[in-house]
Design a protein around this ligand. Structure first.
Ligand SMILES: [Zn+2]
Ligand SMILES: [Zn+2]
Length: 180
Protein backbone atom coordinates (compact mmCIF):
# COMPACT_ATOMS: atom_id res chain seq x y z
CA UNK A 1 0.00 0.00 0.00
CA UNK A 2 1.13 3.56 -0.67
CA UNK A 3 -0.09 6.62 1.17
CA UNK A 4 -0.04 10.10 -0.33
CA UNK A 5 0.05 12.68 2.43
CA UNK A 6 -0.95 16.26 1.72
CA UNK A 7 1.64 18.96 2.38
CA UNK A 8 1.24 20.62 5.76
CA UNK A 9 1.14 24.14 4.34
CA UNK A 10 -2.22 25.10 2.91
CA UNK A 11 -0.59 26.55 -0.19
CA UNK A 12 1.45 23.48 -1.02
CA UNK A 13 -0.38 20.98 -3.13
CA UNK A 14 2.51 18.62 -2.94
CA UNK A 15 1.97 15.00 -2.04
CA UNK A 16 4.43 13.05 0.03
CA UNK A 17 4.28 9.42 -0.93
CA UNK A 18 5.22 6.64 1.43
CA UNK A 19 5.30 2.97 0.48
CA UNK A 20 4.23 0.77 3.39
CA UNK A 21 6.36 -2.34 3.27
CA UNK A 22 5.73 -3.95 6.66
CA UNK A 23 2.31 -4.87 8.03
CA UNK A 24 1.63 -2.48 10.94
CA UNK A 25 2.08 1.27 11.37
CA UNK A 26 0.91 4.04 13.62
CA UNK A 27 -0.30 7.21 11.95
CA UNK A 28 0.69 10.50 13.49
CA UNK A 29 -1.71 13.45 13.52
CA UNK A 30 0.11 14.68 10.43
CA UNK A 31 -0.64 11.35 8.74
CA UNK A 32 2.89 10.15 8.76
CA UNK A 33 3.13 6.37 9.03
CA UNK A 34 5.69 4.97 11.46
CA UNK A 35 6.34 1.22 11.46
CA UNK A 36 5.44 -0.62 14.66
CA UNK A 37 7.29 -3.73 15.70
CA UNK A 38 5.20 -6.73 16.85
CA UNK A 39 3.55 -5.97 20.18
CA UNK A 40 4.59 -2.33 20.14
CA UNK A 41 1.87 0.04 21.36
CA UNK A 42 1.16 3.22 19.39
CA UNK A 43 1.28 6.68 20.97
CA UNK A 44 -2.07 7.61 22.57
CA UNK A 45 -4.39 9.19 20.01
CA UNK A 46 -2.54 7.82 17.01
CA UNK A 47 -4.40 5.64 14.55
CA UNK A 48 -3.11 2.26 13.43
CA UNK A 49 -2.80 0.94 9.89
CA UNK A 50 -2.64 -2.82 9.83
CA UNK A 51 -2.49 -5.40 7.12
CA UNK A 52 -4.76 -8.38 7.84
CA UNK A 53 -4.54 -11.72 6.03
CA UNK A 54 -7.42 -14.04 5.34
CA UNK A 55 -7.87 -17.15 3.14
CA UNK A 56 -4.12 -17.69 3.63
CA UNK A 57 -3.16 -15.55 0.62
CA UNK A 58 -5.45 -12.51 0.48
CA UNK A 59 -4.80 -9.44 2.55
CA UNK A 60 -6.58 -6.18 3.29
CA UNK A 61 -5.40 -3.00 4.99
CA UNK A 62 -7.41 -1.76 7.94
CA UNK A 63 -7.50 1.54 9.80
CA UNK A 64 -8.15 1.59 13.53
CA UNK A 65 -8.77 5.06 15.03
CA UNK A 66 -7.15 5.71 18.42
CA UNK A 67 -9.38 6.12 21.46
CA UNK A 68 -8.70 9.82 21.73
CA UNK A 69 -8.03 10.52 18.06
CA UNK A 70 -9.36 13.82 16.76
CA UNK A 71 -12.42 13.54 14.55
CA UNK A 72 -11.47 11.77 11.35
CA UNK A 73 -13.27 11.85 8.04
CA UNK A 74 -13.16 9.19 5.38
CA UNK A 75 -14.15 10.34 1.89
CA UNK A 76 -15.88 13.28 3.56
CA UNK A 77 -17.96 11.32 6.10
CA UNK A 78 -17.24 11.16 9.82
CA UNK A 79 -15.44 7.94 10.69
CA UNK A 80 -17.44 6.55 13.61
CA UNK A 81 -16.54 2.86 13.61
CA UNK A 82 -13.74 1.03 15.43
CA UNK A 83 -12.13 -0.47 12.35
CA UNK A 84 -12.52 -0.05 8.61
CA UNK A 85 -11.15 -1.91 5.61
CA UNK A 86 -9.39 0.56 3.34
CA UNK A 87 -10.32 0.75 -0.32
CA UNK A 88 -8.18 2.01 -3.17
CA UNK A 89 -8.18 5.83 -3.32
CA UNK A 90 -9.92 6.37 0.00
CA UNK A 91 -9.21 9.82 1.45
CA UNK A 92 -8.69 10.04 5.19
CA UNK A 93 -8.34 13.42 6.82
CA UNK A 94 -9.11 15.60 9.81
CA UNK A 95 -10.37 18.61 7.84
CA UNK A 96 -6.88 20.11 7.90
CA UNK A 97 -4.49 17.55 6.48
CA UNK A 98 -5.00 14.05 5.24
CA UNK A 99 -3.91 11.31 2.94
CA UNK A 100 -4.97 9.19 0.02
CA UNK A 101 -4.69 5.45 0.09
CA UNK A 102 -3.43 3.68 -3.01
CA UNK A 103 -3.54 -0.08 -3.26
CA UNK A 104 -1.67 -0.06 -6.56
CA UNK A 105 1.10 -2.65 -6.77
CA UNK A 106 3.94 -3.07 -9.25
CA UNK A 107 4.42 -6.24 -11.29
CA UNK A 108 7.02 -8.42 -9.62
CA UNK A 109 8.48 -11.78 -10.60
CA UNK A 110 8.16 -14.22 -7.72
CA UNK A 111 8.39 -17.94 -7.17
CA UNK A 112 4.78 -19.05 -7.35
CA UNK A 113 3.17 -20.74 -4.35
CA UNK A 114 0.33 -23.07 -5.26
CA UNK A 115 -2.90 -22.94 -3.30
CA UNK A 116 -5.58 -25.60 -2.94
CA UNK A 117 -6.65 -25.33 -6.57
CA UNK A 118 -4.49 -25.59 -9.67
CA UNK A 119 -3.59 -22.26 -11.28
CA UNK A 120 -3.33 -21.90 -15.04
CA UNK A 121 -1.39 -19.16 -16.80
CA UNK A 122 -3.82 -16.82 -18.54
CA UNK A 123 -1.55 -16.48 -21.57
CA UNK A 124 -0.34 -20.00 -22.35
CA UNK A 125 -3.08 -21.92 -20.48
CA UNK A 126 -0.61 -24.37 -18.95
CA UNK A 127 -0.34 -24.89 -15.24
CA UNK A 128 1.74 -22.55 -13.09
CA UNK A 129 3.48 -24.94 -10.72
CA UNK A 130 4.92 -24.44 -7.29
CA UNK A 131 8.20 -22.54 -7.57
CA UNK A 132 7.65 -21.38 -11.17
CA UNK A 133 8.70 -17.79 -11.77
CA UNK A 134 5.47 -15.88 -12.25
CA UNK A 135 3.85 -12.45 -12.10
CA UNK A 136 0.47 -11.63 -10.64
CA UNK A 137 -0.81 -8.86 -12.88
CA UNK A 138 -1.52 -5.76 -10.72
CA UNK A 139 -4.43 -4.90 -13.02
CA UNK A 140 -6.40 -8.15 -13.32
CA UNK A 141 -4.78 -10.04 -10.42
CA UNK A 142 -4.33 -13.13 -12.60
CA UNK A 143 -1.15 -15.20 -12.76
CA UNK A 144 1.22 -15.36 -15.72
CA UNK A 145 4.50 -17.26 -16.14
CA UNK A 146 7.49 -14.94 -16.34
CA UNK A 147 10.73 -16.85 -16.76
CA UNK A 148 12.79 -15.28 -19.55
CA UNK A 149 15.59 -17.82 -19.08
CA UNK A 150 13.40 -20.63 -20.36
CA UNK A 151 11.51 -18.41 -22.81
CA UNK A 152 8.28 -18.51 -20.85
CA UNK A 153 7.69 -14.78 -20.61
CA UNK A 154 3.92 -15.00 -20.68
CA UNK A 155 3.43 -11.71 -18.81
CA UNK A 156 5.77 -9.48 -20.82
CA UNK A 157 5.02 -11.35 -24.08
CA UNK A 158 2.91 -8.37 -25.17
CA UNK A 159 2.63 -4.71 -24.11
CA UNK A 160 -0.52 -5.55 -22.23
CA UNK A 161 -1.88 -8.57 -20.39
CA UNK A 162 -4.82 -10.39 -21.98
CA UNK A 163 -7.12 -7.94 -20.18
CA UNK A 164 -5.36 -4.83 -21.45
CA UNK A 165 -3.23 -3.89 -18.42
CA UNK A 166 0.31 -2.67 -19.18
CA UNK A 167 3.04 -5.25 -18.62
CA UNK A 168 6.17 -3.05 -18.48
CA UNK A 169 8.12 -4.24 -15.44
CA UNK A 170 9.79 -0.88 -14.76
CA UNK A 171 6.98 1.60 -15.41
CA UNK A 172 6.54 2.56 -11.74
CA UNK A 173 3.33 3.63 -10.04
CA UNK A 174 0.78 5.09 -12.40
CA UNK A 175 -1.62 6.75 -10.00
CA UNK A 176 -1.16 9.63 -7.59
CA UNK A 177 -3.64 12.22 -6.27
CA UNK A 178 -2.62 14.73 -8.95
CA UNK A 179 -4.50 12.51 -11.42
CA UNK A 180 -7.77 13.40 -9.72
ZN1 LIG B 1 2.29 -19.13 -19.32
ZN1 LIG C 1 -3.81 -8.20 -16.20
Amino acid sequence: MIIYRSGSEESSQQWHSQVLSTSRYELTRDFEAIALSPGEVPQPGNMVLQQVSYNSADTVWTLVPGRSSPQIFINGSVLDVHIIILQDRDYIGDGRVGMYISLETLPQVKAFTTGDDKTYCVRCKTEVKDGDKAVTCPGCLLVYHEDVEIGLNCFTYSNTCVHGHPTAMNAGYKWNPDNL
